[in-house]
Design a protein around this ligand. Structure first.
Ligand SMILES: [Zn+2]
Length: 293
């Protein structure tokens, strides 16, 4: 397996979910070994790497920051690139928030499928989980266990008639990501909108880019894309935050009621816990590297 990039550039325009600001974004091919690098074209192409060292604020959306320059709400784009197996890309943005589009990863997947994916010269390395690692905080947990493939199991519970208890496990392959995860949209609660807007959040939120839940149903007049669209979006978000690891992973993630703050803390602490993983080239079969401890 080789590292991969886009075969040609793709472009998106829209509004930021939280700032309500208009932005245009281009995602371009990048050389092997580059990773995902954002460029603020409105600030002399100032570069921000999509890695865990750049994460700044994560209450409602994942923000990258370096020397006072920031790019917000990167998680859906990063999720789609990671889910589709894109290792390297430049992301040019003319403002400080990635456009929310329809609130899912589907517009990215469709654009990637339209231009195609190009294999590069370098073999892809994998971060192989060799020993289970877990984090718990206020009843929320995330763990990762050794596995020969990469999968996410997510479980949520909200006392709402459209959600209730939802649990799903998906093996993350490009095909599964495109069909089972990418279409799931952002969701939020109508009763929280006013409070969030008072804090400068969800100013670009609308029924075009989010499922807005009322006490007993939803404001959107369309139907859900999946009966369990909510847990699928949690998988989409977790994958976007997990992409900050900057490398393909072999392991089985199990998450329960987590959110962006715990997702990004998990990635940072996992990377520091070097006795729980090792980096191996894709030419080495995963099974032989597994330890039993
Ligand atoms: Zn999201």
């Amino acid at each position: 397996m080789k590292e991969q990039t886009l075969a040609s550039p793709i472009e998106f325009s829209g509004t930021g979910l939280h700032t309500g600001e208009a932005a245009t974004m281009r995602v371009l091919p990048a050389p092997a070994g580059k990773g995902i690098v954002f460029r603020r074209v409105d600030l002399d192409n100032f570069e921000l790497r999509a890695d865990v060292g750049s994460v700044e604020r994560v209450a409602y959306a994942t923000t990258l920051m370096n020397r006072g320059v920031w790019i917000s709400t990167v998680e859906h784009l990063l999720s789609a690139l990671y889910g589709m197996g894109i290792d390297n890309a430049f992301v040019e943005l003319d403002n400080f928030e990635v456009p929310i589009l329809d609130g899912s990863g589907l517009p990215y997947v469709e654009a990637i499928e339209r231009v195609g994916i190009a294999a590069q010269d370098s073999p892809r390395n994998y971060l192989q989980i060799t020993k289970s690692f877990a984090l718990t905080e206020n009843g929320k947990t995330i763990a990762i266990h050794p596995s020969e493939s990469f999968s996410i199991e997510y479980e949520i519970g909200f006392p709402h008639p459209l959600i209730g208890h939802q649990k799903l496990e998906v093996e993350i392959t490009p095909d599964n990501y495109a069909r089972l995860v990418a279409p799931a949209r952002t969701f939020g609660f109508y009763e929280e909108v006013e409070k969030l807007q008072a804090s400068g959040l969800v100013r670009g939120g609308s029924l075009e880019n989010a499922i807005v839940l009322t006490e007993n149903g939803m404001l959107n007049e369309t139907s859900l894309r999946f009966p369990d669209e909510f847990v699928r979006h949690k998988i989409l978000d977790l994958l976007g935050d997990f992409a900050l690891i900057g490398q393909s992973v072999r392991g089985r993630i199990v998450a329960n009621r987590a959110g962006h703050a715990l997702h990004t803390r998990f990635v940072a602490e996992l990377l520091e816990s070097t006795e729980h993983w090792k980096v191996i080239p894709s030419t080495v079969g995963s099974g032989v590297q597994l330890q039993t401890n």
